[in-house]
Design a protein around this ligand. Sequence first.
Ligand SMILES: [Zn+2]
Length: 350
Amino acid sequence: MACGAILAACTVAVLWRGGDAIQVKPDVKHPLQANIALPPEKPPAPVHKQSAVSKPVSSEPEAGQQQAAAPVRTPALSAAQPAAHAVMPPLPPRAAGEPAWLRYAVPARETEGKPMIAVVIDDMGVDHRRSIQALALPGPMTMAFLPYARDLGQMTRAARAVGHELMLHMPMEPLSAKENPGPNAIVTGLDPVELRRRADAMLDSFSGYVGANNHMGSKFTQDAAGMRIVLEDLEARGLLFLDSRTIGNTAGPSVARSLGMPFAERDVFLDNDSSTGNVRAKLAEVEAVARRQGHAIAIGHPHDGTVEALAQWLPEIEKRGFVLVPVSAIVKARMEACGGQAGMVRVSSC
Ligand SMILES: [Zn+2]
C-alpha cells in the first residue's frame, strides 16, 4: 500500500495479503513493542446468526459526529428470541489472580509527572484499508474493534503485535432509528436472557482485550437496568468499561461505580468533523483537558483526516509535554488516585 501517498508523515509499510495475513511494519520499532506477546486466541464464538437480509451500517452521529463510517454490508439486527423458559446464564466464574484488563494491558511509559493522553480508535476492523492505516500510527494507541469485523483475529493480533492495546467496541442502540449499530446489537426492550446472550457473544468474538466501550448507544446507555446486565458481565470477566458518552445522561458511570469495576469516560471526540484541521483543533482541546485533569481520553475513528492529523501530532506528543498511554493506564491511575490498588478495590467513591 502506498501509505506515503496518503500520509505525508507516514513512516510505515503496511502489507495486506489477500486477507490471509496482516503485517504492519513500522520503520522505527516502538520501544514498547518489545516483549508484547499476543495471547492465544480462544475459538471465536458466533457473534450473530447470518441473516439473508443485509443492510449498510452507518456510524451514529456519536455526540454530533457527522461523517458516516465506510459503508459495509452486514446482516440486519437479529430477531432471535429466547426460549419461553430460558434462564439467565450464570456469569463466568471470576478468574483467580490478575484481572483480564491488567493481564492484557500494554505496558505504559513512566510518566514522570507529565499529563497522560490515551487515544482510542473506534469502529476498527470494518473498513480494512483505513483500519490498517490506523494500525500504522505510532503506539501505544487503543484500538476498539467491532465484533462483526472481518478477519477479527488477524486484525487484532496485528494491532497487538505493533504495540497497541485492544478493546471490544460493543454495538448498542442509538436514539436515531435511522442509524444501524450492526448485527445483534444490544438494544432496549430485550429479555435479560437475550441481552446477556448478545453481550456474551460479543465478548467471545476475540480475546486479548482490556475491556469494552460502546459503539453508538445513545439510547441503550440511558437504560440503567440494561447497562447493569452488560457491565456485570464485563466485571465478572475482569474487564474495564470505557463510556464513550454518546449521550450526556448515560447510566454507564453510575452503574460502573456501583459495581466497583474499573472504568473511565471519554473526554473528547476528535472527529465529529473529520477534516484534518478540525481534528488538530480537537487535539489541542485534548491537551488542555490533560493539563487540567492530569489525563485525557480522546476517541477518534479510522477516517483519513483523523489518521493524518494523528500521524502528525503523535510524534510530537512528548515534546509538547505529554505521555501517550494506553487507556488502561489512565484507568489504573484513576483507581490508584481513589485510594486503592488497580483492580483490587471498589471505586464507588471515585
Ligand atoms: Zn463506534
